[in-house]
Ligand binder design. Structure first.
Ligand code: URP
Ligand code: ZN
Ligand code: ZN
Length: 475
């Protein structure tokens, strides 16, 4: 008897990449995709994918896992629960952050974080400051707001320069801290304490102002940047203008800004705290502007910004049963529902289509964060990270069906069409028929360099005035 040609064959599915959709079998040997073709010879094991879509596993490039909030509250999830929940939603690679609060020593933060990450079930990648770039932490997230995390303009210039020297991408939470804290103080002083005032405190202008300031500083140093969680039409326009000038500015948005609005925070009592994140969800007109920005390429990726806090004394209600909005931890769970929400909107309802869905949720983040071609596509030689979707399956999201430890989803009650029924990570089935089949600790840390996205353009703004050319001397 002849040996089967492959370890696993996904037979008869419809494969989609960021550029093409075609009927094909996908053969896997070991951890990688060995062949894509029609009527491929049998595998040791086969998965019948007739009537299904075979897509790359999602790459979620911005999530907070086992991280302390600005106020020192621990996220609800462990690495294990977060990555398992990601897998149930079709995501196989996650980029979380080791948070260095004021006063913490960076190497210790990273060492502790690696120890936690070893419990992860899918691939993980952490990022932090320049000294660690060489060890494979090739992107850095900075905060321009939050009391214990924010960075002022001058040290931000130092970090931009360090990122440039190390070849890392600088990612930013860009909101104007002064505007927000001024608004917070005035709102609280007048008795406006409910969660809905959180959205008002993050005045729209705080986003565009910080984007402009950050873009200006990045241009001065010629350092590529990634602007996280864009929420407003004005913010998207700032990015469009910067890219139009040839500046290397990348940007993402998140499902909460495409599917929620500030009205979701307006619930009886403190219930609205479950919908509190920063920046806050905005208006329907912002949702439309963000969809347009995604269509035009102004925004290149959609991450979850998973930041889960339980609705109890360990999380959102740490300050008591009746906190004011300033006392509530910011963030929503989203690793598991990111892809199903977007599949329903983009594939089932046809907004931008399946290739764009694959691009925004897997291929583009893999490219920008330099994980491509290993991650983010269905291609011979790529890791066999695959989500097989049933495009007809109808699911109503509920708190109970989530696999993270938050205890709720802000999207409960939504009816979606399309669901990832089988999920593979490096050739192993990790979720099938609603059941997990992977051990804790089977995920891997992905060390990486900054890659193409993090390379400077070579056009220093400081050098553009030849009479007073101090650029080369200052940087
Ligand atoms: O509200 C949010 N997004 N919390 C998580 C931390 C951050 O700002 O990204
Ligand atoms: Zn942020
Ligand atoms: Zn975040």
């Amino acid at each position: 008897m002849t040996e089967p040609a492959y370890d696993l064959l996904i037979r008869g599915g419809r494969v989609a990449t960021a550029s093409d959709v075609f009927d094909a079998d996908v053969a896997i040997s070991g951890e990688t995709i060995a062949a894509i073709g029609r009527a491929l010879p049998g595998g040791r094991r086969e998965i019948d994918a007739r009537g299904k879509l075979v897509l790359p596993g999602g790459v979620d490039s911005h999530a907070h896992i086992e991280q302390l909030s600005a106020a020192g509250i621990m996220n609800a999830d462990t690495f294990e629960s977060a990555t398992v929940s990601a897998a149930f939603g079709g995501t196989t690679t996650v980029i979380p952050f080791a948070a260095q609060h004021v006063g913490m020593k960076l190497p210790q933060v990273l060492e502790d974080y690696h120890a936690l990450a070893r419990r992860g079930a899918v691939e993980t990648l952490e990022t932090d400051l320049p000294a660690l770039i060489k060890q494979g932490h090739a992107s850095i997230k900075i905060f321009m707001t939050y009391d214990r995390l924010k960075i002022e303009d001058e040290p931000l210039l130092d970090i931009l320069l360090a990122a440039r020297d190390g070849g890392a991408l600088l990612c930013a939470h860009a909101e104007n801290h002064g505007i927000i804290s001024w608004m917070v103080k005035r709102l609280l002083a007048r008795g406006y304490t409910d969660p809905k005032y959180h959205a008002i405190s993050h005045a729209r202008v705080s986003e565009a102002e910080a984007f402009n300031r950050l873009i200006g500083m990045a241009a001065l140093i010629d350092q590529p940047i990634m602007i996280f969680h864009v929420s407003t039409a004005e913010g998207a326009k700032v990015i469009r203008d910067a890219r139009g000038q040839g500046l290397k500015v990348f940007a993402e948005t998140c499902p909460q800004y495409l599917f929620l609005t500030a009205d979701d925070l307006d619930k009886p009592g403190v219930e609205g705290a479950k919908w509190m994140c920063s920046p806050p969800p905005r208006r329907v007109s912002d949702q439309e502007a963000l969809w347009l920005a995604l269509a035009l390429g102004d925004l290149q990726t959609i991450s979850s910004d998973h930041a889960p806090y339980r609705f109890d004394e360990t999380g959102k209600l740490r300050a008591g049963a009746n906190p004011n909005f300033k006392q509530v931890a910011n963030g929503l769970p989203g690793l598991e529902v990111r892809l199903p929400l977007l599949f329903d909107a983009m594939v089932s309802k046809g907004r931008l289509g399946i290739e764009k869905f694959v691009e925004l949720t897997a291929t583009a983040p893999a490219r920008i964060y330099n994980l491509h071609p290993r991650k983010g596509s269905i291609a011979v030689g790529a890791d066999a990270d695959i989500a097989i979707w049933d495009p007809q399956r109808e699911v109503t999201l509920s708190d109970e069906m989530m696999h993270d430890l938050t205890g709720y989803t802000p999207f409960a009650g939504r009816k979606l069409r399309g669901w990832p029924v089988t999920v593979l990570s490096r050739g192993r089935v990790i979720v099938a028929d609603g059941k997990r089949s992977v051990e804790a600790g089977s995920g891997r840390f992905l060390a990486r360099t900054g890659g193409e996205a993090a390379k400077p353009t070579g056009r220093l703004v400081a050098d553009m005035d030849p009479e007073r050319n101090f650029g080369a001397r200052l940087l």
